[in-house]
Each structure stands twice: as C-alpha cells, then as structure tokens.
Design a protein around this ligand. Structure first.
Ligand code: UDP
Length: 337
C-alpha cells in the first residue's frame, strides 16, 4: 500500500482528498498545524471511511520538525495543500504569506530531494492567469502579474517546483483550481470559514441561515451577460478526485514531462446572479441580497478549458452545480445545530 503525505489534510480541499485517497486504498498520513482547521475533522474523516489517518501536528516552517518527520516516516508521494489562502490578508501581511507558503514548500522539496522521494502534487490556482485574454482558459494562457501576495505565492511556488524538477529529477503535477464549493455527501466534512466568509458560497449559505444579514453582490457592471462576474464553481469532491488521478499518473509514470500542470474546473462559467438564483431554486430559500461596488482585485470572468485534464488525467466532473449548492446548504444547516 502506497503511503501518501497530505499536508493541510484537515482543511477544506485537503480533507475531501484524504477521504478519496483512503477510498482508493492509499495509506494516508496528514501534516496539519491546525492554523485554519479543526482537530474534529480527523474523527469525521474516520466516520466516512472507517480509517483514522495518522496526524502530525507540525508547522512546516520549522525545518527541524520537517526533517524529523521525514526521518521517521517512509513516504511514496506528497499532496501539498498546507498554505495560507486569504487574498485580503495576504495584502496586509505579505511576508507571512511568503514565509509560510514558499518556506514550507521549500522545506518539503528539500526532504524529497535528500531522500529521493518522488511524486509531488501542488495545490495551485487559476489566479495565476489573472484576467485571461481568452475564455475558456487553457493551460497555454500566459501567467499574468499576480494581483495579490497570495496569488504570487502560487506563481512562485510553481517556479520553485519547475526548477527543482529540472535539477533533481523530481516528478510533479500542479493542479490549478477554479472555485471549489460544496461539501461531502455525508455532511461530515465541508468548508469551515473563520469569521466573515470572503468567498461567495459560504457567504450565501450564512446569509440564508440568518448569520449574515445580506449578501453583497460585488459589481453588476462587468462586461458579462448580466453584468455580474463569472467563475467556474467546481464541487470539492470532483476536485478531490482530480488529485487521485494526478497522483496515479505520477505513480504509474504516465506523465509526459517531469512538471505538468492542469486546470481543474467544470468548464462552465456561472455569474454571481446565476449562482444566487440557482441556490434559491436548489434549496428553496429566498436570499436577501443587494448590488454593491466591485471588489478590488476581482476579475470579470474566469472559467476553465478542461480538455487537458479530461484527456490526460482521465478525469471529469460528475456533480452538478445544483448538487454542489445543495450540499453546501445541508452543511451550513448542520453547523447551526
Ligand atoms: N462575491 C460577491 N459577494 C461576496 C463574495 C464574493 O459578489 O460576498 C463575488 C466575487 O466578486 C466574485 C465571485 O463572487 O466575482 C467569487 O468570489 P470568491 O471570493 O468566492 O472567489 P474568487 O473567484 O474571488 O477567488
């Protein structure tokens, strides 16, 4: 049985990926410092899969702890989620973001190099494309100047990995996520935003639940059919499964070059207003919302061309946006009780 390290394995995407890894028969070990996750997630994973993964509560910025971990564990592949992810916060505290997101990555790659560990999956983002000139966005779209330190850590992260792959014979895949939403069908794991949600779906579900008074739709004067911004919202379980496909590709040595990157989205764009309407229909809830100013740094439209991921990873999305919104709502209701 292959032993896979999942860093940030108690987080939103990480926990769903751990479940899919276990479902596929992988032995999973998690590193998480609980900075943006809860320890209960470990038991919730066990309730879904029947197996509690090993957890090491390590801060990846602490080099000695990383070295100790790898001295005591034999690892066959790594899926690296552990990172800070709040765009606004990254503008306020850029050095924290560079230290954590880049420093941790470097520490892990150093151990992979020194111990000849192969098979690395990196958690990247469609933010690397900025406002792409052409839609849908293919992997050939140019990388645009990052609009935030957070986005920059994803760009720099990919460059660090490219250079390491070249010099050290490492094989890696970077998955560029579009907008992950939803929760596991069992409602045992989901997104746990701390404080006021910055992302659209948790803000919508918290508004419907009465925790927030009103959703602000950031801008209705974009150059889009209804004026609101367009994104590609992907069910987190579909996204999690893309990681398994990418990992298997590396383990089975099916990769064509030693650093590959794939867009992971649905291929379909939805506007903020369309999401609001779809949420109302899917959950039979009326949503209180208003139109507000554009949010600084937001782009008008982004959705993925998924041709490459579909053909090379032999992966495609299975869930609809309605299912994603329903699962997010079911999860929200559970948080209240
Ligand atoms: N959005 C919004 N109101 C909110 C949060 C988000 O109108 O309270 C919009 C945001 O402007 C963007 C879309 O919803 O057009 C998705 O935003 P989110 O922060 O979820 O993801 P992003 O694509 O910005 O990473």
């Amino acid at each position: 049985m292959k032993k896979i390290l999942v860093t940030g394995g108690l987080g939103f995407i990480g926990s769903h990926t751990v479940v899919e890894l276990q479902n596929e028969g992988f032995d999973v070990v998690i590193i998480d410092n609980l900075s943006n996750s809860k320890i209960e997630v470990l038991d919730n994973i066990k309730e879904i899969t029947g197996t509690k993964p090993d957890l090491f509560q390590i801060d990846l910025r602490v080099k000695k702890d990383v070295v100790d971990f790898f001295s005591n564990n034999t690892i066959d592949g790594i899926i690296h989620f552990a990172a800070f992810k709040a765009v606004g916060e990254s503008v306020q505290n850029p050095l924290d973001y560079y230290e954590n997101n880049i420093g941790s990555l470097v520490h892990i790659l150093q151990e992979m190099r020194d111990r000849n560990i192969d098979n690395f999956i990196f958690s990247s983002s469609c933010t690397v494309y900025g406002q792409a000139d052409e839609l849908p966005i293919t992997e050939n779209a140019p990388i645009k100047h990052a609009l935030s330190p957070y986005g920059n850590t994803k760009q720099i992260g990919e460059e660090v990995i490219i250079d390491t792959c070249k010099a050290n014979n490492l094989n890696a895949i970077s998955l560029r996520y579009f907008n992950p939403i939803g929760a596991h069908d069992t409602t045992k794991i989901g997104e746990l935003p701390i404080g006021i949600p910055q992302n659209l779906i948790p803000y919508i579900t918290q508004t419907a639940a009465g925790i927030r008074e009103q959703l602000s739709i950031f801008g209705n004067d974009y150059n889009t059919p209804d004026g609101t911004a367009i994104r590609d919202y992907i069910h987190v379980v579909d996204l999690a499964k893309a990681h398994i496909a990418a990992l298997k590709r590396l383990i089975q040595k099916e990769n064509k070059t030693n650093f590959e990157f794939f867009n992971v989205g649905t291929g379909k764009g939805s506007s903020v207003l369309e999401i609001v309407k779809a949420f109302e229909v899917a959950t039979n809830q009326k949503l209180n919302y208003k139109i507000a100013d554009r949010r600084e740094g937001d782009i008008a439209a982004a959705y993925a061309d998924t041709t490459l991921a579909n053909s090379e990873l032999k992966w495609k999305t299975e869930k609809t946006i309605e299912q994603a919104l329903q699962s997010a709502w079911k999860w929200q209701k559970k948080q209240k009780s």
